[in-house]
Design a protein around this ligand. Sequence first.
Ligand code: DX5
Ligand code: ZN
Length: 214
Amino acid sequence: MTCRIAPSILSFDHSNLKSTVAELASGGAERIHIDVMDGQFVPPITFGDGLVKALRDLTTIPFEAHLMTLTPERHFEAFVRAGCGRIYFHAEATVHAHRLVQTLHDMGVEAGLAINPATPAEVAQPLITDLDAVLVMTVNPGWGGQSFIQTMLPKVRAVRAMRPDMDIEVDGGIDPATLPLACEAGANLFVAGNFIFKAKSIAEGISELQRACC
Ligand code: DX5
Ligand code: ZN
């Protein structure tokens, strides 16, 4: 599988996100990853659908919302209308994950299940044929710039064994050293915030990650 890079805008200067998104898109980003935090599911508060609307027309590459929120279904419509083609909600934030997948499909978008480090791969099993993607958290959600948790690799392997054909995205601590490990375990889509933010340039950061593909 080829490695596709989904930069997270979280680490970048929030007052300058228009030029950041344009640069990410021209620098080889496959899609834009938008970290939505509600101050409840995770302590910080980040972006709303208004930001997605403001950025949406800058590029045609897909936007995905990573909802780190309680009652994620309350936010589906707003982020779909704003232009996200894939919505990840957290398995830990609902007892009705299957219904939420159906709701997203009824809205015409892709449904992704995000899984915290403490949650086993098995949570995805009953929904696995219905999902468009699984997001395996390789840090605890809430903050950029944390260290990759290596013990998540067997979980990536377990999800890949359930669905050889589906996007498996890893999120947190991805850099040229950790990307190949996640890739070998079966991930094909890689969120990266801090590494790209700190790189010499956005395009250079993305291409360094692409070169690290297994
Ligand atoms: C963490 C977010 C991630 C994170 C990735 O809660 O879901 O998307 O910001 O950023 P880095 O690459 O800095 O770990
Ligand atoms: Zn994320």
